[in-house]
Write a protein that binds this ligand. Structure first.
Ligand code: OAD
Length: 245
């Protein structure tokens, strides 16, 4: 089925983004050539067991990611989604942005546009959490190699406020509720490899939504997609999420 409408034709929209939306800002993706998982093993840096075994190595990895992410800016795709989110708020349309990205670029763009913040289901690089009481703190520190930060509350080890493999992503009940009721679901710049996010397309389709995929490549969940738009996020997103005059 060819869907010729743009996003503003729908009254309730859920968008899921992945690393591809930030690629043109200069943030590396995970599974493309030179992606993060080509140079690091997930089991060494992105699981609770890895942190127990070698917290210094894990902090080194996330400090390096902080350094990279804090020096880049939102691109046209982040800005178009932020402007569209604001547009929906003013028109009484329901718009939910769910992101797997931890880089903070959607948040920056949304704050600049005065729009509600996205649901950061895999956590946020700009925050850390106490391993004892689970309190979350704003934290933009880039720690020295070998440094182990302590929480200000319990004086226990701080960990990145990032969802690791084997942990439950954040905001799941809220996201599932939005998926149940949306008319349009759009997935942008994610390879569809990591669940539960990779299952949202099927959930939205089964709930009756129109589904669109904006990506550089085809994804494994192809059969649940009504329309594919293949290309770069900075080209496709501003076009599809144009705010009507
Ligand atoms: P991936 O690296 O797996 O996928 C990025 C997708 O974006 C690929 O399908 C690319 O083809 C596409 N892409 C790259 N550049 C693009 C561009 N300029 N425009 C449009 N599309 C582009 O990243 P994610 O799917 O986000 O989780 O990965 C999902 C999760 O796996 C991450 O949140 C992270 C990772 O392990 C955790 O760390 C828990």
């Amino acid at each position: 089925m060819l869907v010729m409408k743009t996003a503003s034709a729908y009254r309730s929209i859920v968008v899921l983004t992945g690393a591809g939306v930030s690629a043109e800002s200069g943030v590396p993706t995970f599974r493309d050539e030179n992606g993060l998982w080509h140079n690091h093993r997930i089991e060494d840096v992105a699981t609770p067991e890895a942190f127990e075994r070698n917290p210094k190595l894990v902090w080194e990895f996330y400090s390096a990611r902080r350094r990279g992410a804090f020096s880049v800016r939102p691109n046209e795709a982040h800005r178009a989604l932020a402007a569209f989110s604001r547009f929906c708020e003013t028109k009484g349309l329901e718009f939910t942005l769910v992101t797997q990205n931890v880089d903070g670029l959607h948040e920056t763009a949304h704050m600049q546009a005065g729009a509600a913040l996205p649901l950061t289901m895999h956590g946020r690089l700009r925050e850390s959490r106490c391993t004892r009481c689970e309190r979350v703190f704003p934290d933009e520190t880039i720690y020295e190699v070998g440094e182990l930060p302590q929480s200000p509350c319990c004086r226990k080890l701080l960990r990145p406020h990032i969802v690791w493999f084997g942990e439950m992503p954040h905001f799941i009940p809220e996201i599932e509720n939005k998926l149940e009721g949306c008319e349009l679901f759009v997935t942008i710049g994610t390879s569809g490899n990591v669940y539960p996010a990779a299952g949202f397309l099927m959930q939205a389709k089964r709930a009756g939504a129109t589904t669109i995929c904006l990506n550089k490549e085809r994804i494994p969940q192809d059969r649940y997609v009504d329309q594919h738009l293949e290309g770069a996020a900075t080209q496709l997103v501003p076009e599809f999420f144009k705010c009507p005059a």
